[in-house]
Design a protein around this ligand. Sequence first.
Ligand SMILES: Cc1cc2nc3c(=O)[nH]c(=O)nc-3n(C[C@H](O)[C@H](O)[C@H](O)COP(=O)(O)OP(=O)(O)OC[C@H]3O[C@@H](n4cnc5c(N)ncnc54)[C@H](O)[C@@H]3O)c2cc1C
Length: 480
Amino acid sequence: MEKLNISRLKEIVGEKNVKDDPADLYIYGTDASVHQAMPWAVVRPENAGQVQEIMRYANSEKIPVIPRGSGSGMCGQTVPVNGGIILDMKRMNKILEINLEDVYCRVEPGVIDDDLNKALKPYNVFFPPTPASSIIATIGGEIANNASGVRSVKYGAARDSLLGVKLVLASGDMISFGTTTRVEASGYQIERIIAGSEGTLGVIVEATLKFVPLPTIRCLGMTNFNKLEEAGDSISEIMASGCTPSMLELVDNVAIKAINNALKLNLPDVDAILIFEADGMVKEAVDFEITKIKDICETHGGFGTELSFDEKERERIYTGRKKLFPSLSKYKELMPSTSLADDMTVPYSKMAETTRKIHEIAKQNNIIMSAYGHCGSGCMHTKILMDTTKSESWKAAEKAVAQIYEYVNSVGGTTSAEHGIGISKAPAFKIEKAASLELMRGIKKAFDPNNILNPGKLQDASDDWLNATKLRYTVSDKCE
Ligand SMILES: Cc1cc2nc3c(=O)[nH]c(=O)nc-3n(C[C@H](O)[C@H](O)[C@H](O)COP(=O)(O)OP(=O)(O)OC[C@H]3O[C@@H](n4cnc5c(N)ncnc54)[C@H](O)[C@@H]3O)c2cc1C
C-alpha cells in the first residue's frame, strides 16, 4: 500500500478516474461472490495507451493489478486477495467495427453484452454466448471467464466466438493474437488460452468476435417429470439423437418451489421440469426438431407439455427459469442464496444422479441446495441457501462443497462450466487439474514474470477458500 503512488496514476488517467476513498474501495473489493478484500486504488483507463502506462508503472513497482469489467463474477475473480490496483475497464466501451462482409466485429473490452447485441440486431446477427448477466457483463469479463449461457448448447461459449484479442502484458507491451478468419493452424492459438484466464495473463484491450445469423423462428417447450431420473434420461437421449436444441434447461423441485414462492406462477410441484427450444430459419425444420425433443421427453414419462412459437407465450413459459436466480434468495427468510459450487459440469448420463447427490449432500449437511442449469451443455447450477450469520452454516457449506466436487471429479465432470474459478472454486480446481498446475505456472510466468496480474488466483489460489478473504453477509463483516 505504502508503495502506491496515487499521483502517478492520476497523471496517467486524470484525477477523477482514480478512486481511493474507503467507500469506493469497499465496493470494488467484492463481486457477486461471497468474498471481500480491500484494493489500494481503483483506476479507470480510457484507452489502451493508458493501460500500457499503468502496467509499466505497476510492473516496475511490483504492484498487483486486477482487471475488472462489471464485477459480476460469482467466485471472487476480481477480489484483490493481495491488495493492489483494480483496473476498471468499463470506460473502454466502443464498438470499433462491425464487418458484415467478413462476419466479425471488433470491440473494446468494456462493451456490455446486451449493447453489442443491440448494435448487431439491425443486421440480423447476434453474438451468442449471452450469460444471464448480459445486461451488465462486459465482453472482457465474458472472455476472461469463458462465459456461456442458455443458448451455448448450440452456439458455444465465449471462447468459441473469439477470433482474436489485443492484450496488454504485465510489462506494458501490447500484442495482438488471433485472426479474422474462421480457421487457423498457424501454431499456438494464444487467444484461446486468454479465454478463461481470469485476468491473470494480460489485460484485454480489444477483442475480435464472430457473430451468427439471428434465427427467424423459435419454438419453446416445457415438460414436467415426476422423477428426476426421467428428466435425466431425456437429456441424454435428446443430446444423442442428432437434435441441436438451442436451449435445454433443467429445473429441480427446490427451484420450482422457490419460483412459486417468489413469483406465484403455480408451476406443478413435480420432481423436475425440462425447458427446451429449437430455432432456425425454416418452420418445418424447427417443428421437426421440437416435436422430436417433445416425443423423447414423453417417452421417458414427461407430461403436461406446453409448446409455443409465439414470442409472448415463449416469454411466459420461460419467466420462472429467467427469474430463478433472484427467486432463490426468497426461498426462506434469512436464508440468502450464496454462489458456492455453483456451476460444475457432468456427463449427460450423470445429470439426474448429480441432482440427487446434491440434495443428499445438502441434507447430510443441514443446508438447502437447489439444482438447475444448462443441462444441454452438461452444466449443473447449484446455490447454497443458508443462514450466513452463523459460522456453523459456513462450515457445513464448506463440507458440502468439498463433497460435491469429490463426486463431480469421480464421474469425470469439471469444476466450472462458465462462472470460472476465482477463490471459492480454487481448491476443487487444483485437485482436478493437479497434473497440469506446474505447466500452468510456467505459462503464467512467461506472460507475467513478476506475478502482478490478478495474483493468488487459479493455480496460485489458496487451498482454503473459507479463510482466504473476509466473507460477505457475515455478522462480523465490517467495513474497514
Ligand atoms: C445474476 C447473475 C447471473 C449470471 N449468469 C451467468 C451465466 O448465465 N453465464 C455465465 O457464464 N456467467 C454468469 N454470471 C457470472 C458473470 O456475470 C459472467 O461470467 C460475466 O461474463 C462476467 O463479466 P464481468 O464484466 O462482470 O466480469 P468481472 O466479474 O468484472 O471479471 C471476470 C473476470 O474477468 C477478468 N477480466 C475482466 N475484464 C478483463 C479484461 N479487460 N482483461 C482481462 N481480464 C479481464 C477479471 O479479472 C475476472 O477474472 C452471472 C452473474 C450474475 C451476478
